[in-house]
Write a protein of this length. Structure first.
Length: 318
């Protein structure tokens, strides 16, 4: 094995800092085209949607640009929009990061199908809770149609509404906003239709999550195929766990597309309290776990660090 003292410190430091992204509010229907439903061995297992074949990742040289994979999960939490609060289920966020050491900046590279995945959240009270009772004819007519649990049930799914940005390594291991995350929230119910959203790609809910408390951190080295190699592994994984994250300063725009021709959007706004300004909404994500992986010594892989990262990832595919 080649000497790696200075370059190992550089690479390990970059990975450790990048592991700070512990922000898993998420949702999107599928993973990256090159990594969808991929099962990986060993230490690569958490990174099943890392966009290792994205041209921006492949082009990194290990010196001016350093490639990393990031994944973060949370088993549960809460989200409050206006007057409505709901419990969230498990969530997952994944993307690649291109670090630019000389500039001290970072570029987020999302999977082709979006960074976010989450399960559906059931809105308390369902459609009755969102709109009924009402003395407005068009709304009361809808309320009269809610005759069973299927018609009443409303679920919400948080979806990507753009590429994450403003990634901060320092905030990830301390405090302050870690990343800017644009999302939209899809409301599903037979009477609301299939295009009912809070937020759009042009006017999303913009989250700036940060750590509420400090995570614990552990580092481990492994071989390109994911097997453990604590002394000489050419890859390194940093694991952060146990932190709670939150954001209470984001705004929530009006609903749109709810009901035929959007006729019920205003009724949702009225009951939920939308638009809701910053300070009236909140997000809490419990027990976040984040893993970051990269080359232990990217300086030894110049100019092919991105290609080596991709080859290593593919060698771990089951």
């Amino acid at each position: 094995m080649r000497p790696a003292s200075k370059t190992w410190i550089k690479g390990a430091g970059a990975v450790a800092a990048s592991a700070a992204l512990v922000m898993p509010l998420s949702a999107s229907p599928a993973g990256a085209a090159t990594a969808a439903a991929t099962q990986l061995n060993g230490s690569w297992a958490p990174f099943d949607r890392c966009p290792v074949d994205n041209p921006a990742m492949l082009a990194t040289d290990g010196d001016t640009d350093v490639p990393l994979c990031v994944t973060s999960t949370s088993p549960n939490g809460t989200i409050k929009l206006g007057n409505t609060e709901a419990v969230t289920g498990s969530t997952n966020l994944q993307f690649g990061v291109v670090q630019h050491p000389a500039e001290g900046t970072y570029t987020v590279v999302p999977p082709a199908a979006g960074s976010l995945i989450s399960g559906q959240t059931t809105i308390p009270g369902g459609l009755l809770g969102l709109m009924c009772p009402s003395d407005i004819p068009v709304v009361s007519a809808v309320c009269g149609q809610i005759t069973n649990a299927t018609l009443n049930k409303v679920t919400a799914t948080v979806e990507s509404a753009g590429t994450p940005s403003d990634f901060s390594l320092v905030a990830g291991i301390s405090s302050g906003p870690i990343v800017t995350l644009p999302v939209r929230i899809k409301l599903d119910n037979p009477l609301l239709g299939s295009n009912c959203y809070i937020g759009t790609s042009r006017n999303p809910v913009v989250l700036h999550p940060g750590n509420v408390d400090a995570p614990s951190m552990a580092a481990s080295r492994f071989n390109p195929d994911g097997t453990a190699n604590p002394d000489e592994g050419s890859m390194i994984q940093i694991a952060l766990s146990g932190a709670t994250q939150g954001d209470s300063q984001f705004a929530a725009p009006k609903a749109n597309g709810c009901g035929l021709g959007g006729i019920l959007s205003w009724a949702v706004d009225l009951k939920v309290g939308l638009p809701a300004g910053a300070g009236t909404n909140s997000l809490v994500l419990n027990d976040t776990k984040t893993y970051t992986a990269g080359l232990t010594a990217p300086g030894l892989s110049v100019p092919d660090a991105g290609k080596e990262l991709s080859e290593s990832w593919h060698s771990a595919v089951k």
